[in-house]
Structure formats: C-alpha cells, structure tokens
Design a protein around this ligand. Structure first.
Ligand code: GTP
Length: 235
C-alpha cells in the first residue's frame, strides 16, 4: 500500500538541478550539515517558533537508508505538528544527489505535502548528514542553512567547503557543550565570519531554543526580500 509519509528512491534524472524553480509563495529552506551536528534538533526547535510567528510549516527529511529522522521529528513534535506534515525521503544513495544533482524525489515529496495541505507556506528540507561539500539545488530551495556544531572542533569553519561558504546562514550549534569539548567558541565564530566574508553566522543551542528566533527572523527577512517589489539585495 502506498504510504503517503514515505517517498522512495527513483532513478529518474531530469538534470535540472541548477534551474531555479518559479516562485509559488511557499518558502523552501534547506538544512544541511555533517552527521550529528543537530539538523533534526534544529528543525524540531524551529517549527514551534515558526508556528508562533503564524507560519504553517511542513518538514521533509532525507535519510540514506531509513526514515529515522522523520520518525524523530514526529515524536518530538507530537501535538505540535501533525504527523502527515512530516515526510521522510529515503534517498538510498549519496545525499548530494537527492538535494542537489537530481532533487526529483524531494520535489515529489513537496508536491505531495502541498497537495494534501495547501495551507503550508514553509517547507523545511533536512538533508542526509554528510561532509562539508553538500549544497542544495536552487531548483529545490530558496536558501539553505549549514549546521556545524562545537563538538566537531573549532577548526571546522577553517576547513571551508562549499556548504560552509555558500549557505545563506551558517549555524554553529551545541554552544552549550563547547566548554566540555575544548572548543574555543569565540575563535570558531570569528573564523566562520572570516571564511564567509561577512555573510551571516548564528550560534544556537537547539535543545533550549537559543538562537532559533534569530534563524526565524533571518528566514522571514530573506523571504520578504525576494518578494516582487522588494528592494534589490545589496550583495
Ligand atoms: N548539547 C546539545 N546537544 C544537541 C544540540 N543539538 C542537537 N544535539 C544532540 O546531538 C545529537 C545529534 O542531533 P541530531 O539533531 O540528531 O543531528 P543530525 O544532524 O540531525 O544528525 P543526522 O541526521 O544523523 O546527520 C542528538 O543527541 C541531539 O540531542 C545542542 O544544541 N546542544
């Protein structure tokens, strides 16, 4: 039987990964980052903030072999976001393919959610955890966050990588445990600013919600700046 909360891999390629999709009034946000940096936790913390701002979010998670992340989000957001507004895509392959090279599966998952829930105005896509090179196709998302965490070490921003330098907003998560893992947070933050040449960086604790209001502000400001008639971005 078809399970509407589950989308499996297809081998369809449209080679359309770099064409920006037409605007349709739904803000699409990618969340990428290394394995375990806190992408799922960040989304779980962001959804209530978005709901409080009057937004109607839905979540699409990408897992390579399972739907573990979708199940986690459903459990954490039980009573906050209906289970059928959270869809797991089982990519079955390299995570880059599913969100960058051929985002067909994710687009199909988005179409399904929007058909079921036309009120959805914000789609959050969590990529499968990966290394520093993952980016999102502009055909799939309007912007993406890249989530690092302090436990990976304060050297991470200096390693650069397109995820770190190209994302619209770099997140340094798990600020609460920096002191326990000998991470020099001030240095990590200043290096992040340096490699991003002034593009934004935010510090978060996804378990307490610290920094999440800043992320919501950023996303909504980005959306407002894209609206027709908005002043052209200066950068
Ligand atoms: N102390 C602390 N722990 C956190 C924070 N954010 C996430 N965690 C914990 O870090 C672990 C990994 O978090 P996830 O949200 O599953 O990370 P992920 O990036 O989604 O992981 P993958 O999907 O496997 O790549 C979990 O045990 C979280 O509870 C944080 O800000 N502070």
């Amino acid at each position: 039987m078809h399970d509407p909360t589950q989308v499996r891999g297809s081998h369809h390629h449209d080679h359309d990964g770099l064409t920006r999709r037409p605007a349709d009034g739904v803000l699409r946000v990618g969340v990428a980052g290394p394995v375990g940096s806190g992408k799922t936790a960040l989304i779980e913390a962001l959804v209530p903030v978005l709901l409080q701002r009057g937004r109607t979010p839905a979540v699409i998670t990408n897992d390579i072999y399972t739907s573990e992340d979708a199940a986690h989000v459903r459990r954490t957001l039980d009573g906050i976001l209906a289970a059928d507004r959270i869809v797991g895509v089982e990519t079955g392959a390299c995570p880059h393919t599913a969100v960058r090279d051929d985002p067909t599966m994710n687009q199909a998952a988005a179409d399904e959610i929007l058909e079921r829930h036309p009120d959805v105005d914000t789609l959050l896509f969590e990529s499968g955890g990966d290394n520093l090179t993952l980016t999102f196709s502009p055909a799939l998302v309007d912007l993406f966050l890249f989530v690092l965490d302090t436990a990976e070490g304060d050297k991470m921003p200096r390693k650069r990588g397109p995820g770190i330098t190209e994302c619209e907003l770099l997140v340094i998560n798990k600020v609460d445990i920096a002191q326990y893992v000998r991470c020099d947070l001030a240095r990590m933050e200043s290096d992040a600013h340096e490699v991003r040449q002034g593009r934004p960086v935010v510090l978060t604790n996804s378990l307490t919600g610290e920094g999440l209001e800043t992320i919501a502000d950023f996303l909504l400001a980005h959306e407002a700046a894209q609206l027709p008639g908005a002043p052209a971005a200066s950068a």
